[in-house]
Design a protein around this ligand. Structure first.
Ligand SMILES: Nc1nc2c(ncn2[C@@H]2O[C@H](COP(=O)(O)OP(=O)(O)OP(=O)(O)O)[C@@H](O)[C@H]2O)c(=O)[nH]1
Ligand SMILES: [Mg+2]
Length: 191
């Protein structure tokens, strides 16, 4: 969280985390494409270790001001493939909230668990945990026949009670619900 008093802004960093090919980029692109262009910056793709890390920011004016400051949200995705651990650590620096985009397909459960465990380890280093930190689970690819339902997937991932959404990011289904849920968590925590 950063406060810019001159501009009267408070910025939060939200990271979309999860396995390679799970749908993080699809989420962020959909948000970017469907938000008022006057309220957001460009979608910027930054190369890290040969992979892409997406970044963009926008002013979310529907929220009331926080202590007189305009809330601004910076959305990032990490590269999900296992070898990009260093990039993920870099992107997670200063994070205020995480959306974990799980690939709901049955055969990706093990990778989802590995990715979530890595995230948990990072939060632990920061003196936090998955249950304490602003966190939303998105069970993506619910359109596929081998998809596990959100409640069941949440259980299998060892989560308890964190907000969860069944999504189809390619169709935009639950993309904004997920985004609003993490924004609520992040801002309520800081207010
Ligand atoms: N069927 C289906 N495909 C999806 C869905 N969401 C994303 N995809 C597809 O999955 C593939 C990977 O999506 P990305 O958004 O690039 O995944 P990512 O999580 O950013 O992957 P990395 O950047 O490699 O970590 C793309 O071909 C998407 O079109 C979904 O809800 N259903
Ligand atoms: Mg991506």
């Amino acid at each position: 969280m950063l406060i810019n008093h001159q501009r009267g802004e408070i910025s939060f960093k939200v990271v979309y985390y999860g396995v390679g090919g799970g749908g993080k980029t699809t989420n962020v692109e959909f948000i970017h494409d469907h938000i008022n262009p006057q309220l957001r910056g460009e979608l910027v793709s930054v190369k890290t270790e040969g992979d892409r890390t997406l970044f963009f920011d926008f002013l979310y004016i529907e929220l009331t001001t926080i202590n007189g400051l305009k809330p601004k949200f910076n959305f990032y995705t990490v590269p999900g493939q296992p070898m990009y651990t260093a990039s993920r650590r870099l992107v997670l620096r200063g994070v205020d909230g995480v959306v974990f985009v799980a690939d709901s397909q049955e055969d990706r459960l093990k990778e989802n668990i590995e990715s979530l465990t890595e995230l948990g380890g990072y939060l632990k280093e920061k003196g936090s945990s998955l249950s304490e930190f602003p966190f939303v689970l998105q069970c993506n690819k619910q359109d596929l026949s081998s998809a596990t339902a959100p409640d069941e997937l949440s259980k299998r991932l060892g989560l308890n009670g964190q907000p969860r959404f069944g999504a189809i990011a390619t169709e935009g289904k639950s993309v904004f619900d997920t985004m609003k849920a993490i924004i609520t968590q992040v801002t309520q925590r800081k207010m």
